[in-house]
Design a protein around this ligand. Structure first.
Ligand code: CAA
Length: 286
């Protein structure tokens, strides 16, 4: 099995997903160059990682030394030129194709020969992103789930040009950071969001139609279906803007009415109610 101890990886984007990815690599012994254009995002990411690792120490799940070591291994990088040369680069930037392409084109210069460029995109075509890079055979989807330190899955998405070796090495990296990788092919929404988003969308239609209050919809799905959280609370965790974006991709690229985003979801996003990150979604958050 590949060991990431002593290896250096770069993570582009210090938002919810990027900081989680940085944390698990650092916890597994890798040095992480965490890049973001917004200095505040980097500081906030470092704060979150410290807090979560301290909590693990308090719960007796990790030694104080290991936690301090992991925090130290996350190096904050404000300029892409300072990333250095790395064998693995994971992009976790904003879910906008033009932003991702711009970042990937610059970042790939930091890849060592034969290195892998991975995107944590939840819905943008891996084949489309790969085609913009110099080595599409070494481009792959490495889709993590929120909260990254807790969720076991990495959906490993193979683009049309991804090589067998890139897939095999990515599976090894995911296992080395304690995750369970599952392979799938590049298709709108991959497997996870093609199945999850219609359920979330339907829950929002159910709310819009006045069938039940948000709490009741979530309680029914939690208690009746043994989901760890209801679909509306989950949408708040994922971000309503992200849910809308993914549904728009599914609707446009698969061309089926069943993926049409619920008007209430659109309204929530227009109102800036984006879920936990804006402290208000289907529920208020402190
Ligand atoms: N970051 C790190 N750890 C967290 C966390 C976070 N944001 N939230 C909770 N945890 C940890 C807690 O510290 C706790 O750890 P221990 O077991 O070590 O004590 C553990 O998770 C359980 O937390 P809680 O007891 O506080 O709460 P819970 O049992 O209700 O679990 C949950 C919270 C893990 C979020 C659970 O409700 C859950 O699994 N929800 C579903 C999440 C899900 O489906 N995520 C996928 C979203 S889709 C996506 O991300 C991809 C996409 O493309 C849209």
């Amino acid at each position: 099995m590949t060991d990431v101890k002593g290896m250096t990886v770069a993570v582009l984007g210090a938002g919810t997903m990027g900081r989680g990815i940085a944390q698990i690599f650092a916890q597994s012994g890798a040095t992480v160059r965490l890049f973001d254009v917004v200095p505040k995002a980097l500081e906030s990411a470092q704060g979150t990682i410290k807090k979560l690792l301290n909590r693990a120490v308090e719960k007796g799940k990790m030694s104080a030394d290991d936690a301090a070591g992991a925090v130290e291994r996350v190096q904050l990088v404000k300029k892409m030129d300072d990333i250095g040369t790395v064998p693995l680069l994971i992009e976790a930037a904003t879910e906008k194709p033009e932003t991702k392409i711009e970042i990937l084109k610059i970042a790939e210069k930091s890849l060592e020969k034969g290195g892998i460029l991975a995107s944590n995109t939840s819905s943008i075509s891996i084949t489309q992103l790969a085609a913009e890079t110099a080595a599409p055979d070494r481009f792959i989807g490495m889709h993590f789930f929120n909260p990254v330190p807790v969720m076991k899955l990495v959906e490993v998405v193979r683009g049309l040009q991804t090589s067998d070796e890139t897939v095999a090495q990515t599976l090894r990296y995911a296992e080395a950071v304690g995750k369970t990788p599952v392979k799938c092919n590049d298709h709108p929404g991959f497997v996870s969001n093609r199945v999850l988003m219609p359920m979330i969308n339907e829950a929002i239609f159910t709310l819009q139609d006045g069938v039940a209050e948000a709490e009741a919809i979530d309680e029914i799905m939690k208690l009746g279906m043994a989901h760890p959280m209801g679909p509306l609370a989950l949408a708040d965790l994922i971000g309503l803007d992200v849910c809308l974006f993914i549904l728009e991709v599914l609707h446009r690229d698969l061309g089926e009415d069943r993926y049409r985003p619920c008007p209430l979801l659109r309204k929530m996003v227009q109102a800036g109610r984006l879920g936990r990150k804006s402290k208000h979604g289907f529920y208020p958050y402190e």
